[in-house]
Design a protein around this ligand. Structure first.
Ligand SMILES: Cc1ncc(COP(=O)(O)O)c(C=O)c1O
Length: 424
């Protein structure tokens, strides 16, 4: 490897226009090799945080970046932009088996979650004043719910999860009632990859007359999802988790459920009046292209990634004592492994893993590091939660990345344990 820099899609700096353009015309799995004195092999195993922009999506975006016109304008420039948005609407709708007219483009899944929850609460009558959210939701769901609760707008009940991280269906049933406006349960958790029984939750929610919102940010594009089959009313998705650009998401709803929302962002009445603001055409085009590609490669990628993920896990368990798999391994996204390395602080492991990128679920809050609320909800102690590392793989991950990641992780955990032992 000496003298070779391997730059894969995820190591390209956004401001390096020449490289970005070359990348845009490259095949998805092609890597860019160049020779310098420095030896670097960066391996990106943090796809659940953000997936690299897929070259096909990048190319589609570049081709419209200098287009003139607002997609709402009646002239030819505007109509050309609107046609591009329409095509992307079809591609994003296909991602979740919905209809193009049911897609509301937003700037992120965070915004889509806010629109689903705040929008439903704003538009609701007085007899439905309770919402249910699972204990492992993303901050954009649970903090939004909590913000509404703190203002006395709704009552919020938290649905517990099993030790495997799966939402407790018995608890959903017990908590439901005619006063429940909305149930929000994610399709798959980003930290553990654990997949929830969303069709069952939908059935329970509908039985009680509640709306069912599902944050499918980590699930869509990785697993098949049909809104009709599952019976979900509102789904949130994000472009940058599936190879599209950052800054674009969508809330996709059935016609009836969208009619039960009030806008959160007011203005010119774009997106069925639910999300005002001129549309980000290049971003939306990139989202559409990434969604179409995800649908195309999803089945074979699932098999390939599950094999690589299991290979990574098995080799780490064999090489490092005290490795524990976190989350129900029978119900996980194919690309995700959450591993606890006993007696090794995960933040320290991450730093020593460089140039391999993985992550922890802990969050910076008011100057202190807090353990992941997801892991705590699954019954892990604070100290155990601080020892968990998430590896999330994606389209550019190959066998040699796993070899390198394993060797770095073995060294990193040994080093952190040694340093910790010496410090006490
Ligand atoms: C489940 C889930 N929902 C929502 C989000 C937020 O997505 P965005 O970055 O598009 O706001 C994330 C990001 O990690 C996520 O994992």
């Amino acid at each position: 490897m000496a003298g070779i820099v391997i730059l894969s899609a995820m190591t390209i700096r956004a401001d390096d226009w020449a490289v970005a353009t070359r990348l845009a015309s490259a095949a998805p799995k092609e890597r860019v090799h160049s020779t310098t004195a420095e030896t670097t092999w960066a391996v990106y195993l943090d796809y659940n945080a953000s997936a690299p922009l897929d070259p096909r999506a990048a190319e589609a975006m570049v081709s419209v970046l200098t287009n003139v016109g607002n997609a709402t304008s009646a002239h030819g420039f505007g109509r050309r932009q609107a046609a591009l948005v329409d095509r992307s609407r079809e591609q994003v709708a296909a991602l979740v088996g919905s209809r193009p007219s049911n897609v509301v483009f937003t700037a992120s899944a965070t915004e889509a979650n806010n629109l689903a929850i705040c929008g439903a609460v704003q538009a609701a009558g007085q007899d439905q004043f309770r919402i249910l959210v699972s204990a492992v939701e993303h901050a954009s769901v649970f903090r939004t719910a909590d913000w509404l609760r703190a203002r006395g707008v709704v009552r919020v009940d938290v649905i517990p999860v099993t030790r495997g991280g799966v939402v407790d269906l018995g608890a959903v049933e017990r908590l439901l009632g005619p006063d429940v406006l909305l149930v929000s349960v994610m399709a798959a958790n980003g930290e553990t990859g654990v997949v929830n029984p969303i069709a069952e939750v939908a059935e329970l929610a509908h039985g009680a007359g509640s709306l069912f919102h599902c944050d499918a940010t980590q699930f869509a594009g990785r697993m098949p999802l049909s809104m009709d089959d599952v019976g979900v009313d509102l789904v949130s998705v994000s472009a940058h988790k599936l190879g599209g650009p950052m800054g674009v998401g969508a809330l996709i709803g059935t016609r009836r459920s969208l009619a039960r929302l009030a806008p959160v962002i007011h203005g010119g009445g774009h997106e069925r009046g639910l999300r005002s603001g001129s549309l980000n055409v290049p971003g939306i085009v990139g989202f559409g292209e990434a969604a179409a590609l995800a649908v195309e490669v999803r089945a074979e990628e699932s098999i390939r990634l599950a094999r690589l993920r299991d290979f990574l896990t098995a080799r780490l368990i064999a090489a490092v004592p005290g490795v524990v798999q976190i989350g129900d391994v029978e119900r996980r996204l194919p690309n995700t492994a959450c591993l606890r390395f006993r007696n090794a602080d995960a933040e320290a492991v991450i730093v020593n893993l460089e140039p391999v990128a993985a992550s922890t679920g802990s969050a910076c809050s008011a100057g202190s590091i807090e353990p992941s609320h997801v892991l705590l909800a699954m019954g892990l102690s604070r100290s155990a939660a601080f020892e968990c590392v998430r590896f999330s793989l994606g389209r550019s991950t190959v066998d040699t990345d796993i070899d390198f990641a394993v060797s770095r992780a073995v060294q990193a955990v040994r080093y952190v344990r040694k340093m910790t032992a010496e410090a006490v």
